[in-house]
Design a protein around this ligand. Structure first.
Ligand SMILES: [Zn+2]
Length: 298
């Protein structure tokens, strides 16, 4: 049995504030789960992040107040935390006094990053890279992803929404991978898969209905025989593997939008391949695209 953890990066809205929408799934066989989960936990521990959610987007932002605190990198974790909290409290009070419109947003941003303020920017970058490298070494994990360039997506011609296309692609590729595993297995034991998705009210309803339809009629590409159940939805702050799916989706988007290669190069090693060709990850973009994903997908 394989569990495929799914999360997204960027927005499927058009135009939205990102050029790409990514839906990524990281599938792992259940017997590997304890080992992989332990590995993530031990890296978190090294950075004093035990039990803390890895939210890649927030972790990799620059926190301005850290730059303003003198000798920030020389302070202990506890001192850093205390200095940042002092700075943030003063800042929020002054915004409140000025009745500033940015008060609410700033408060929200501070809350999202509160668990990470004891680490310098360089340490946070190192932490995420370490996690990505570990995932890249997970021999039994498979990465599936649909990366949609929204400037290429033709809403007038498309029969599905961006989100539906992405979900159908992931399900089809996960199914084909499980089918191939089953065929390769001498004991004719059937490989089963289960989808676990980051909790999101609107997506939950839509993907549950889509999955029911796939079970009944298949996708455009394949029958769905090996994936059981409709997706299960979990809170990302409680489930490490969903955080890994978030990291994968983020890394793919940053590679395609900003040509950032480091995280991508680690996680892309796990892209599902067949006869040397990457079949698990697709960049839905112009035919002339020369990115690594397109080059290895053709
Ligand atoms: Zn491409």
């Amino acid at each position: 049995m394989h569990i495929c953890y799914i999360d997204e990066s960027g927005t499927s809205d058009i135009p939205g504030n990102t050029s790409h929408f990514i839906l990524a799934g990281i599938a792992i066989p259940i017997h590997c789960w304890p080992l992989y989960d332990k590995e993530i936990a031990s890296i978190k521990k090294k950075y004093n992040l035990d039990g803390i959610e890895i939210h890649t987007g927030w972790l990799l932002k620059k926190y301005l107040e850290q730059v303003k605190i003198p000798n920030f990198d020389k302070l202990s974790h506890m001192q850093r935390r205390s200095e940042v909290i002092k700075y943030r409290t003063t800042h929020l009070l002054s915004l409140q006094k000025k009745n500033s419109s940015s008060y609410k947003q700033t408060k929200k941003n501070y809350k999202q990053t509160d668990c990470y303020i004891h680490l310098t920017y360089a340490e946070r970058v190192k932490f995420i890279a370490e996690i990505a490298r570990a995932v890249g070494n997970w021999q039994d994990a498979r990465l599936f992803a649909e990366c949609i360039d929204k400037t290429f997506f033709d809403c007038g011609l498309a029969t599905q929404s961006i989100d539906e296309q992405a979900f159908e692609q992931i399900i089809s590729r996960f199914q084909q991978c499980l089918n191939l595993f089953s065929k390769q297995n001498a004991s004719s034991h059937m490989y089963r898969g289960l989808i676990i998705h980051d909790n999101n009210q609107t997506v939950a309803k839509k993907h549950t209905e889509l999955m029911r339809a796939f079970h009944a009629k298949g996708t455009l590409w394949t029958k769905i025989d090996n994936i059981i159940e409709t997706p299960l939805f979990v809170d990302s702050d409680l489930t490490s593997m969903i955080q890994i799916a978030d990291l994968c989706a983020y890394s793919l988007r940053r590679y395609l939008e900003n040509n950032e290669n480091e995280l991508f190069s680690h996680i892309f090693r796990r892209a599902d391949r067949k006869d040397g060709k990457v079949v698990g990850v697709r960049h839905f973009s112009k035919h002339s695209c020369r990115c690594t994903i397109c080059s290895l997908h053709r």
